[in-house]
Design a protein around this ligand. Structure first.
Ligand code: SF4
Length: 350
């Protein structure tokens, strides 16, 4: 089957069946960009096409295993069956302003093993395919098309560390930003990472407009390593140089993510270390509330003793960093009561 996001294969398929490539591009636009179903897009073609051509096309949707809708904030979580048989989760965020964002997964569990994240599971994940990543986006587009709205932003902040799947990530970004494909503006895509300097630089070189988000969570090496075991591999100074270099070469601001945990990284010394680390960097700081797992059972690496910094303390922390001159926002999580917020997407038994 020819998947619509594969422009070269589609062109060859059109040529083999003597179909005007314009018709192929029209189907792609309607399905991948506008979220129409493949069947409707084919039925609405202005001229007849050979049956073999039409039946040889596949939109590339993933089988849906489960859907949960938040009654509190409009988030929707989907669980899909990936091509390797594992489950992956995506979250559609319906922001109050009307914006629609999709948080998507690139691994079926995450070998980084952060202590605050239910996706962490030490062990090698079985690789996902390009169609698994793009299928999440297509599903969201079709779902929103039916609701009469549009998908605007993509964030690689679901299950998995995108820079450990660098080739897959780059292929997905090519298809997602291709004019003849999904057609997303690169500036509406964010890739989150715990910090793999060489891969961050390559991403910035290949996709300078794609936004990078660095999960810092502490500017004290020992605390960072406690929260993110993978952090042992790269020092805070190395990460600092990387962020600086991305700013200089791509003119891009990296988003620095900082999850606030009571008694772990929200003290006076933490704030001072953070301020020192941020000084002079082209970044925006985003403070994130902790969303503990809803169930105290996990297959993975979660530390169930972690607690969220209270809201008033989070606001005070943000206020002090703003006073120091740092551009700082406080994130409010969506979907926490359906286990769809940051850190709650879970490894599932198979
Ligand atoms: S927070 Fe991100 S990098 Fe850390 S375990 Fe979860 S998915 Fe992996």
């Amino acid at each position: 089957m020819i998947e619509l996001h594969d422009c070269a294969a589609l062109a060859a398929h059109c040529s083999a069946h003597k179909v005007d490539p314009q018709l192929g591009r029209r189907v792609v636009r309607r399905v991948l960009r506008h979220g129409q179903s493949l069947q409707t897009a084919l039925e609405e073609l202005p001229q007849a096409v050979p049956v073999e051509w039409a039946t040889g096309l596949a939109a590339g949707l993933l089988p849906l295993v489960d859907q949960q809708d938040s009654q509190a904030d409009g988030a929707t979580k989907w669980v899909f069956r990936a091509s390797n048989g594992s489950s992956i989760e995506s979250v559609l965020l319906r922001i109050a302003s009307g914006r629609r964002s999709l948080c998507l997964s690139i691994q079926s569990h995450c070998p980084v093993g952060c202590r605050f994240c239910s996706s962490g599971f030490l062990g090698k994940p079985r690789a996902l395919q390009l169609t698994d990543v793009l299928g999440q986006v297509l599903f969201a587009r079709q779902h929103l098309h039916a609701e009469g709205s549009e998908l605007r932003n993509l964030v690689f902040m679901g299950m998995g560390e995108p820079l450990l799947e660098e080739r897959l990530l780059h292929s997905a970004l090519e298809r997602l930003t291709a004019d003849g494909g999904f057609g997303f503006s690169p500036s509406r895509i964010t890739v989150s990472t715990v910090g793999i300097p060489a891969a961050m630089l390559r991403l910035s070189e290949s996709f300078p407009k794609v936004r990078q988000a660095l999960s810092l969570h502490s500017a004290r090496q020992a605390v960072r390593e406690r929260l993110i075991p993978f952090a042992k591999r790269h020092s805070l100074e190395e990460l600092r140089r990387t962020v600086q270099s991305i700013g200089e070469s791509a003119g891009a601001q990296v988003l620095v993510e900082y999850l606030l945990l009571e008694g772990v990284n929200d003290g006076v010394q933490d704030e001072l270390n953070l301020a020192t680390w941020l000084e002079g960097l082209p970044v925006k700081l985003n403070l994130i509330p902790y969303n503990p797992p809803l169930e105290r059972t996990s297959l993975g690496t979660v530390d169930f003793d972690l607690r969220a910094t209270q809201r008033a303390a989070r606001e005070a922390f943000a206020g002090r960093l703003r006073e120091r001159g740092f551009s700082t926002t406080l994130r409010y999580s969506l979907g926490s009561e359906i286990s769809a917020a940051c850190g709650q997407l879970a490894v599932r038994p198979r």
